[in-house]
Design a protein around this ligand. Structure first.
Ligand code: SF4
Length: 479
């Protein structure tokens, strides 16, 4: 889970890049960076922390240039705490700045390939081997003065060699012109959009909200399997590289993306609303009844409102979220852990006491937080406590860029699918658990989606060795 913004304009870009990046801070809080191209020179500032910590306002003085890339990082591979792993990355030969969102699954193989030709990977971030493969493939075609044809062939080689899911932005010189290049793997698993300001500037970003805040108009999603060339004052050039077979990540729309973003041609908020309506149908089929619907903030709110409307049950904001707690320490005992949860999410007693309640959430991963929420609400003496989830049960890990624990740690993976609701209700201490069915999910999001964390159908096969390497990385971070 990461977020990027790339921009090319007639004016210096650093200020607007950082403004747009703030809109997608939710995509990564561990590190941030910005790099610009000024004449033939590159400038870069990156560090650990939130954008404001990693790129202080004073740094803007050193970030001249009319093209650049900014990035926020939430690592799915690599060390969690080194500045060297923050993006963007750059190469001097040829001069490229690059950042991506996604997960490369065959990093060890790429590192070995690159080393055999004298290219050394210095960080533990998968963007670096991706960048080096692109640079290597460009140089193989011509040492410098790369053409559009060279670029298309190099990206085709990246698609062949670099496995996994990735959306990429890069700044480099193509046909002698400074160019913002964007490409998205043929399955388009990770999101990406592009747009213009009507005055010759172009932007590509992980989510459309980045374009909104900078005053840009969205033109569309980055096309899977294509490379896009964006140059100031010119129309975009779209070039097909590999036949697209789009399978965008549905979890983005369920949980990760901002509700005001437009993704795969639909507003995320609307998708969540429709998921809630479908869930209401499935909940009603069970013949249960309730007095009040309460979302777990923030993601599930539109779905909870839609459920309430469909079921004709009142809805209330039953939890107040404290947005200023930051990271809390791991607490040693149950009482302390409950206190920590209350600090983050405090329930309003009247909405639960003596009520038959439906708690609505986007997903259950480990189940630890939901178990604590259920236990906290139980103390308020509700008459009944039901849990409704706007996605199917998460039973498989993600290898394509969303940070998830290994299969053994996924709560729902411990039970056969036909028993999962009953077993999870027992595990959480709820009166019932209702997951959205796979059919309902597809009725809302369509058939052409990645839903591998629900159904185990991985669009890019992940070998046992690759799975083990990713598991090891995640274990290494204690996640
Ligand atoms: S496995 Fe799940 S989280 Fe990962 S890309 Fe696919 S839908 Fe998204």
């Amino acid at each position: 889970m990461c977020g990027f913004v790339g921009m090319i304009a007639h004016e210096p870009v650093a200020g607007q890049l950082l403004l747009a990046l703030q809109a997608i801070q939710h995509r990564g809080q561990d590190a941030a960076g910005v790099a610009t191209r000024e004449g033939g020179r590159f400038n870069m500032v990156k560090d650990l922390g939130l954008i404001a910590q990693a790129v202080p306002t004073g740094a803007l003085r050193h970030l001249g240039g009319r093209s650049g890339i900014a990035h926020v990082r939430y690592p799915t591979a690599g060390e969690i705490s080194t500045r060297e792993d923050a993006q963007p990355f750059m190469t001097r030969f040829p001069g490229i700045i690059l950042a991506h969102n996604g997960n490369v699954t065959n990093v060890p193989e790429l590192i070995e390939d690159l080393r055999s030709e004298g290219h050394h990977v210095l960080s533990r971030c998968d963007a670096e081997p991706l960048l080096l493969v692109l640079a290597q493939e460009l140089i193989r075609r011509r040492p410098s003065r790369h053409t559009t044809k060279d670029l298309v062939e190099a990206v085709a080689a990246v698609f062949r060699r670099v496995r996994g899911a990735y959306s990429v932005v890069a700044i480099l010189e193509i046909d002698g012109q400074e160019t913002l290049v964007a490409f998205r793997d043929p399955h388009g698993v990770r999101p990406g959009v592009y747009g213009h300001d009507g005055q010759g500037a172009w932007m590509a970003a992980s989510e459309s909200v980045a374009l909104d805040v900078a005053g840009f108009t969205r033109m569309g999603d980055l096309p899977p399997g294509e490379v896009l060339l964006l140059r100031r004052g010119e129309e975009p050039v779209r070039l097909a590289v590999q036949r697209p077979t789009p399978r965008p990540c549905v979890f983005e729309r369920i949980y990760f993306a901002r509700p005001d973003s437009v993704m795969e041609d639909g507003r995320v908020n609307r998708t969540r609303w429709r998921l809630g309506r479908q869930l209401a149908v499935e909940w009603a089929r069970k013949g249960l009844s309730a007095d009040i619907i309460v979302p777990i903030p923030d993601t599930s709110r539109p779905a909870a409102w839609a459920m309430a409307e469909a079921l004709k049950i009142k809805h209330r904001e039953g939890f107040i979220k404290n947005r200023y707690t930051g990271r809390t320490f791991i607490m040693p005992d149950q009482k302390a852990r409950q206190a920590t949860l209350r600090l983050k999410l405090n329930p309003i007693r009247e909405f639960f006491e003596g009520q038959r309640v439906i708690l609505v959430d986007d997903s259950i991963v480990r189940g630890t937080t939901m178990r604590r929420i259920v236990s906290m609400v139980r103390e308020l003496n509700p008459l009944a406590l039901h849990v409704a989830i706007i996605s199917p049960a998460v039973r498989h890990p993600c290898f394509y860029g969303i940070d998830m624990p290994s299969q053994e740690e996924l709560a729902a993976a411990a039970y056969p699918l036909e028993k999962v609701e009953e077993a999870m209700a027992r595990r959480l201490g709820a009166d019932s658990v209702t997951y959205l069915s796979d059919e309902s999910l597809r009725a809302v999001a369509g058939e052409g989606i990645c839903a591998a964390c629900f159904d185990g159908d991985y669009v890019v096969p992940v070998s046992e060795a690759e799975r083990e390497a990713i598991r090891w990385e995640r274990r290494g971070r204690g996640r």
